[in-house]
Design a protein around this ligand. Structure first.
Ligand code: AHZ
Length: 324
């Protein structure tokens, strides 16, 4: 009996009092031998995936907010922006297949995640339980935080995450003030596996996501707000700190200080204070550990409060930009 056949019947009665079945309408007590799904063509499965993906690529080819990096800071920011502005198109680009960045463990191989207050208020917002230890709280597993914030973000209809996709360059325009500075008008993307193999392949050109608010000739359309990039690429590594490094290589007026050694107290306060807009680069905001790279701050190690709070601060800056 297939699922559709079962649906058209009255509910199967359950004699067992103890067992709670997840498939409530087609519950089986003992014998699953006649179970089958309704038939499906392989091509139907392909079309169901690819048509949606390409529709999303079309829809998000011009986006209001592009978030680079789906770690704890990027997803915290995405949650706040998407919740407050369901009208904004928010594209999240994540180089890894698995989103979440470094937030599947608390530190080293340990499960528990430490968040210093007031980041616990964000946990309350997401209904994530924790142990209250006074000035800090402990979530029993970092994956509980990550999976919750990730699922909440993905539920927003105005958010699309493109994972296994790397931002490998920035789209730039001359700054309006006539100086040598640049405005960033979009991101250049490629499949991560391609980005990692440019040296071994003949050139495979990338794709682009443009920020909203530009005309066909690339000039700003002053009748509307321009879109923004929020870079949350984490600290330096194979992909990390991408945007600060690229800004410094494009624009001679930019340099990045580089992250300093570990100092939890200075690092967490500094990352929050320096998160948000980036001096003299229109359209780009930063949150998370990438802030430590451009501002020359300490790293904090396994305390995640500043990741959530810097994401929220950057999100609020972006909300102000769209509200003004
Ligand atoms: O894959 C990266 C990760 O998921 C992704 N990413 C980086 N560069 C990218 C690019 N294109 C697309 N060019 C890119 N995606 O960005 C994500 C960064 O997540 P993260 O968890 O590394 O950064 P975060 O700043 O959100 O959180 C940092 C957590 C850390 S590191 C640390 C320490 O080392 O002391 N302490 C904390 C709390």
């Amino acid at each position: 009996m297939s699922y559709t056949q079962v649906q058209s019947q009255t509910k199967i009665s359950v004699k067992s009092q103890d067992v709670k079945h997840a498939l409530s309408d087609i519950v089986k007590e003992q014998d699953w031998s006649d179970f089958s799904f309704a038939p499906i063509r392989e091509a139907t499965v392909s079309r169901a995936m690819t048509s949606r993906y390409f529709k999303d690529m079309d829809k998000f080819a011009v986006s209001d907010v592009v978030i680079i990096g789906a770690g704890s800071s990027g997803l915290s920011a995405a949650y706040v922006i998407a919740k407050n502005r369901p009208d904004l198109k928010i594209a999240i680009i994540e180089a890894n297949v698995a989103p979440g960045g470094g937030c599947w463990l608390g530190g080293q191989l340990f499960s528990a995640m430490i968040m210093r207050k007031p980041a616990h208020l964000f946990l309350d917002e997401l209904n994530i339980p924790y142990e209250d230890e006074g000035h800090y709280v402990v979530v029993k597993h970092a994956a509980l935080f990550m999976s919750t914030v990730l699922s909440e973000v993905l539920k927003f209809p105005n958010v699309k995450m493109f994972n296994a996709t790397a931002v490998e360059d920035l789209v730039t325009r001359p700054a309006e003030d006539g100086t040598e500075h640049v405005n960033v008008a979009g991101v250049v993307t490629n499949w991560t596996l391609v980005t990692m193999n440019h040296d071994t392949q003949s050139c495979m050109d990338p794709n682009v996501i443009e920020l909203s608010g530009y005309k066909d000739n690339g000039d700003r359309d002053l009748s509307q707000k321009h879109g923004v990039i929020l870079s949350c690429c984490g600290h330096d590594g194979p992909f990390g700190a991408f945007t600060v490094k690229r800004m410094a290589s494009i624009d001679s007026s930019k340099s990045y200080a580089g992250m300093k050694g570990l100092d939890m107290n200075r690092a967490e306060d500094g990352v929050v204070k320096n998160a948000g807009a980036y001096d003299k680069v229109g359209s780009v905001y930063f949150a998370g550990m990438e802030v430590a790279e451009h501002a020359g701050l300490n790293r904090m190690g396994p305390t995640f409060g500043a990741m959530a709070v810097s994401g929220i601060k950057a999100a609020e800056d972006i909300l102000k930009h769209f509200a003004e």
